[in-house]
Write a protein that binds this ligand. Structure first.
Ligand code: NAD
Length: 683
């Protein structure tokens, strides 16, 4: 697990636990022995800990955290890591970490316990534990401030942000940056200068100014302002850093251990860890294990509206050459310009290097003629949501491209079977359903027809991953996975309006539940016409869902489609997206109530939340029953990544399981009796 070698007075400990050099208990054990042996071996002047010229370690095996069920186990896990790294720091012989790749969490904590650090150009450093809802447990809260100061450390620890090699050098996190091939030589040179062991735990230079530390903690409070009470990690991190600086390094380590155990005991952390694995599991498909994906060298995107533009943008971000085509020359130009503007903006903000931006833009070629897409291995169509238009485009692609070119449709509502009709080679059709904006949203639903061959599916999956997306495989049924649950949720919000709930109260209830925005504000963003269109397809397929409220229908009939028309459920001022109450909506609601003879009643936040969330849960149970998703964890990942379901609740079904599935089922039947069979989960 650790390769031990000595040459010219330097002992090199090379982590050798492929493929990722994950830090596990056995590896820590090996490390302890190796450090001990190097400390005793005569003639050893110093020690280098490394992984290779382009990789060090992926950090702690998150599986270790998943297996923790009791507080004592959490404390013990943290202690084992802390002691192993302390053992490195205590080495009487100087230790240099020679690192590369992505230095995250415990990998960085190990490097920080070494006396000096040399990194390869391109190395990236982060402490992402906070994103899992836990605090670092291997000394990170103590050593990072001592190396880079409280302000910079707290920022890294609380945001999980990544910094590059140059910034790490400027901050003092590393002592030297060099080419990957020179890592070992550079570390040797450092040792040849006969440095004393420089123990991070004893450094004071960056943290001795109490006023500066206090200022850092005050600033940290700002970063924590929006943190939900369910998520305790940021507070625990801050406690550990503060204790370490105000009391002692040892006291700080103790706080880190108990903080880690307290975080691990929260449902929020357990759910985020669950999602960590769920999102990795989605691309594992039972019947695909041995099917190699085709190599896609070039992609074409047809239709440069909002989706095609986002997809093309995502492709060049991932380094894939893409030809874009639209029958409307103006739309093509607008799409290309939108991508260009967005990339230029990031360059202007210093978030993207000019060179990389040029490289990305160089991958994008607008096509004036169909023959320019002839050599694409994958064609993604994102033209109008119209069967005839899509069929024509698919026919054109078949006539232009090679026989094995895969054709992916981004349709949200049309059955792939309908699109496959009339194709020469229908087996090469697959669904790749992106979410808007496609260059930012991480989810792609891969729609599999019963007739989709394994090789086509494997290629679509592998390609989505190459685009750094999380693919979820879904059976070809109306609404696929996310819309199947999300549309009923949005519809329920309109039902609540009809019954007397207030617009802002509905949105506030869901924000309180943890969604980034409420359903009515969201539908104004997406467009009420999209809801009407999508629901048309879903309610034909699932009559149990019932009709869409007349409130939504009349808003659309009146041209109140949302932000794009300046008014939807809410009203908007020109050039401003702040929602204001709309008199039109209030009037429509009152009219509808009068016409159907409904007396509005007071509806409290509890009922709003219960109905909206359980409507999704009920639909999710049907979805699993119908085999639309492969596994519950796929569905959970999709609901978090595709619809903004709060991650600390683990996803729609994980939430239901945490409430108790039997109780939830009983609740759903009660709601079915009160509100309508749409809630029923009986099959
Ligand atoms: P859009 O109307 O913004 O863009 C469609 C583009 O296709 C237009 O620029 C149009 O000129 C072009 N086009 C139409 N016919 C063409 C043809 N024959 N040849 C070449 N180009 C043609 O639509 P959009 O919102 O980007 O949606 C595109 C697809 O993505 C639809 O199938 C839609 O259901 C799906 N989708 C949309 C969203 C969303 O939120 N908008 C989300 C997921 C999927």
């Amino acid at each position: 697990m650790i390769d031990y070698s000595v040459s010219d007075g330097v002992c090199v400990l090379r982590l050798d636990s492929p493929p990722l050099n994950m830090i596990t208990f056995p590896l820590l054990d090996d490390l302890r022995h190796a450090i001990g042996r190097a400390g005793e071996e005569t003639g050893v002047r110093g020690i280098i800990i490394t992984g290779g010229c382009d990789h060090f370690s992926a950090g702690a095996d998150v599986g270790l955290f998943r297996d923790i069920t009791r507080a004592e186990e959490a404390v013990k896990t943290s202690r084992v890591f802390q002691e192993a790294f302390q053992n490195v720091e205590d080495s009487a012989r100087p230790v240099v970490a020679a690192v590369a790749g992505r230095m995250m969490g415990s990998a960085l904590e190990l490097a920080m316990a070494c006396h000096y650090r040399v990194c390869a150009r391109g190395t990236r450093f982060s402490m992402p534990e906070v994103t899992l809802g836990i605090n670092p447990g291997a000394g990170g809260t103590q050593r990072l401030p001592r190396l880079i100061g409280a302000g910079a450390a707290v920022k890294m620890l609380l945001t999980g942000e990544t910094i590059g090699a140059d910034q790490a050098l400027a901050l003092g996190l590393v002592d030297a940056v060099c080419d990957g091939e020179e890592l070992l030589a550079r570390a040797r040179t450092l040792l040849e200068s006969d440095p004393e062991p420089r123990r991070t735990g004893r450094l004071t230079e960056k943290v001795h100014d109490a006023a500066a530390n206090d200022a850092a903690f005050e600033k940290a409070e700002e970063l924590m302002a929006g943190v939900r009470p369910e998520i305790i990690a940021p507070r625990k991190i801050l406690d550990a850093v503060r204790t370490g600086l105000e009391a002692s390094f040892q006291a700080g380590l103790a706080k880190e251990r108990t903080g880690f155990a307290e975080c691990m005991d929260t449902l929020a952390a357990q759910n985020r860890i669950y999602l960590f694995f769920a999102t990795r599991e989605t691309s594992r498909i039972h019947d695909l294990a041995d099917v190699p994906p085709a190599d896609i060298a070039k992609v074409a995107v047809i239709g440069m509206g909002s989706m095609g533009t986002g997809i093309a943008h995502a492709l060049i971000i991932a380094g894939v050459p893409v030809v874009v085509l639209d029958e409307n020359v103006a739309a093509l130009g607008r799409g290309v310009q939108r991508i260009r503007t967005s990339i230029e903006k990031r360059v202007g903000q210093g978030k993207l290097a000019r060179e990389r931006a040029e490289g990305m833009l160089g991958l994008l070629s607008p096509a004036a003629e169909w023959r320019q897409i002839a050599d694409a291995g994958l064609v993604i169509e994102a033209v109008f949501e119209d069967v005839a238009v899509k069929r024509t485009v698919i026919g054109r692609v078949e006539a232009t491209c090679a026989a094995d070119t895969i054709i992916a449709s981004n349709t949200s509502t049309i059955s792939l079977d309908a699109l496959a009709e009339g194709m020469q080679r229908p087996e090469r059709l697959v669904g790749m359903h992106f979410f808007n904006p496609a260059h930012r949203m991480p989810l792609v639903e891969i729609i599999r027809r019963d007739a989709t061959p394994a090789a086509v599916l494997a290629t679509a999956l592998a390609f989505a991953r190459r685009m750094r997306k999380t693919p979820v495989v879904v059976r070809n049924r109306e609404g696929f996975l996310v819309n199947r649950m999300f549309i009923p949720y949005l519809k329920e919000a309109f039902r609540l309006l009809e019954e007397g709930a207030q617009v802002p109260a509905i949105d506030a209830a869901m924000v309180e539940f943890g969604f980034p925005m409420g359903p009515l504000a969201l539908i104004d963003m997406a467009g009420l016409d999209v809801l009407v269109l999508t629901d048309g397809v879903l309610s034909r397929a699932f009559p149990r869902h019932g009709p869409l409220s007349q409130v939504a229908v009349r808003l659309v009939d009146g041209g109140y489609l949302g932000q794009k028309t300046g008014s939807g459920v809410y009203r908007y001022e020109k050039g401003d997206r702040t929602p204001h109450p709309s008199d039109v909506t209030a009037q429509i609601i009152a009219d509808v109530q009068r016409e159907i003879g409904r007396t509005p009643r007071e509806i409290d936040a509890g009922e709003v939340t219960r109905r909206l969330v359980l409507r999704m849960v009920g639909e999710a149970l049907h979805v699993m029953e119908e085999g639309i998703a492969q596994r519950e964890s796929d569905l959970d990942a999709a609901t978090v990544l595709g619809m903004g379901f709060p991650d600390f609740r683990g996803g729609v079904l994980k939430y239901a399981r945490d409430l108790g599935l039997e109780r939830v089922r009983a609740d759903l039947e009660k709601l079915a009796a009160q509100c309508g069979e749409r809630f029923s989960v009986r099959v």
